[in-house]
Design a protein around this ligand. Structure first.
Ligand code: P5A
Length: 429
């Protein structure tokens, strides 16, 4: 992809009103633009990241047998009257009137809708267990949308819903999702800490939040400092993370006695990127779902719901991975694998070498953003650092004469003069 034909509106200055680094960098690096308070348009570069994050979330849901579907954003109010949440949800719900005077709403979550859909088609216990999910935009009219996509009003969520016949099955579904979540965050290159949590307006008996540790997080966490030594890339990381103590401040205080000795207890802030709930028959009972069990008696299915903030994750990843110069994308979510810098677009030999290298990189299955713009080299390097692609390859007149390019790894800053073949081999790993 040639940058001269791309849409990448970079900002030199830190935009006023963007309080935290991820919000500043998302605006400066041309990933998003705000269109109304708490509502964002995803520009081409940002949308590629959002899609890659969603793809990883999807792969881990599919892997545990959850079934993808797509429910609409707009829901009829009557569904929520059935569960009793229409009035209870309050001003966070965006309520809409259609031309016939019927009450609609922009869905803040989908427990009611999925329960109604499943209820209307489920015939017997053989149709259970099932986990259904979708990745869809939600709207919550937050009092104080802030921190960019981190606390938006419109945001992308992966929400899954499990239906089980008995408590043991429901617990197994919950554990399956718990494991899928730890795998998802690890695959995104993140260390996410599971935290026992209160259930809030979703309701229910058992709940965990998943937090990325970052100073700008909205929650204060007490945790076993053994967590700090865990490398998210370690295949055993999910199991270790599962076992260690971590609690939100309020819950930690309520507990009174802490199982972790004081010298091992750490306090840091966390960004909640996922939240799972087991709430039993809360919605199935209120909405009249019952299926004939194996012995013919009617059974009310037990349910859980499982959310991941897909758009919030993009901000959280930047909070966890940036430096003074800009974003440092973890390889699995980077919008392009390689930033190719043509340092002298006016020099035909350099342009030919850069074009040839772009073709070879793409031929090897790598995605390339080729900066062929007529700008000073310094500005090109600064732009590439800002947008944070994992690899940079610079092609200039001296290198072309010597048969080399300069390869830089964004995360470590390490540079090397190599032949184009060697650079390709290093990137392709
Ligand atoms: C679980 C799935 C639910 O809504 N119902 C369906 C349950 N849970 S939740 O905790 O309220 O939200 C799930 C995740 O969505 C993200 N999130 C947000 N992201 C950006 N802006 C917001 N205003 C916002 N609100 C919630 C969080 O990552 C949360 O964990």
């Amino acid at each position: 992809m040639r940058l001269s034909r791309y849409f990448l509106p970079l900002l030199k200055e830190t935009p006023a009103g963007a309080e935290i680094v991820s919000h500043q960098l998302m605006l400066r690096a041309g990933l998003v633009r705000q269109t109304a308070a708490g509502i964002y348009a995803w520009l081409p570069l940002g949308y590629r990241v959002l899609e890659r994050v969603a793809a990883i979330v999807r792969a881990e849901q599919d892997r545990v047998g959850a079934l993808e579907m797509l429910m609409p954003t707009i829901q009829p109010a009557d569904l929520w009257r059935e569960s009793g949440r229409y009035d209870a949800y309050g001003p966070e719900m965006l309520r809409i009137l259609d031309r016939h005077g019927r009450d609609l709403l922009y869905g803040p979550t989908n427990e009611e809708m999925v329960t109604a859909i499943f209820r209307d088609s489920v015939r017997s216990y053989r149709d259970l267990p099932r986990i259904l999910y979708h990745i869809q935009w939600k709207f919550r009219d937050e009092v104080r949308p802030r921190f960019g996509v981190m606390r938006g009003r419109e945001f992308l969520m992966k929400d899954a819903y499990s239906f089980d016949l008995d408590a043991a099955g429901a617990r197994a579904s919950y554990d399956l999702m718990f494991t899928a979540y730890l795998r998802t965050f690890a695959a995104l290159g993140l260390k996410a800490v599971p935290v026992r949590a209160p259930t809030g307006p979703i309701g229910g008996d058992l709940s965990h939040e998943f937090h990325i540790l970052a100073s700008t997080g909205e929650s204060e966490l007490f945790y076993d400092s053994a967590l700090d030594a865990i490398d998210p890339a370690d295949p055993a990381a999910p199991e270790r993370l599962r076992g260690l103590y971590a609690m939100e401040a309020e819950e930690h205080d309520r507990l009174g006695t802490c199982p972790v000795p004081p010298e091992r207890l750490a306090v840091r802030r966390g960004i909640e990127v996922g939240h799972i709930f087991f709430f039993g028959t809360k919605y199935t009972k209120a909405m009249g779902m019952a299926v004939p069990g194996p012995d013919g008696t009617m059974v009310t299915p037990l349910c859980g719901s499982y959310g991941i903030g897909v758009s919030r994750l993009v901000g959280a990843i930047i909070e966890a991975s940036h430096d003074q110069a800009g974003i440092i994308w973890p390889d699995p979510v980077a919008p392009f694998d390689v930033g190719l810098l043509n340092l002298r677009p006016d020099d035909p030999a350099v342009a030919a070498a850069a074009d040839a290298l772009e073709a070879r990189l793409e031929g090897a299955g790598l995605s390339v953003l080729h900066d062929d713009r007529d700008l000073r080299a310094g500005e090109k390097f600064a732009s590439m650092d800002l947008i944070g692609l994992p690899w940079q390859v610079a092609v200039g007149p001296k290198g072309v004469a010597a048969g080399t390019v300069e390869l830089k790894r964004r995360a470590s800053g390490e540079r090397a003069e190599l032949s184009p073949e060697a650079a390709l081999a290093a990137i392709a790993g």
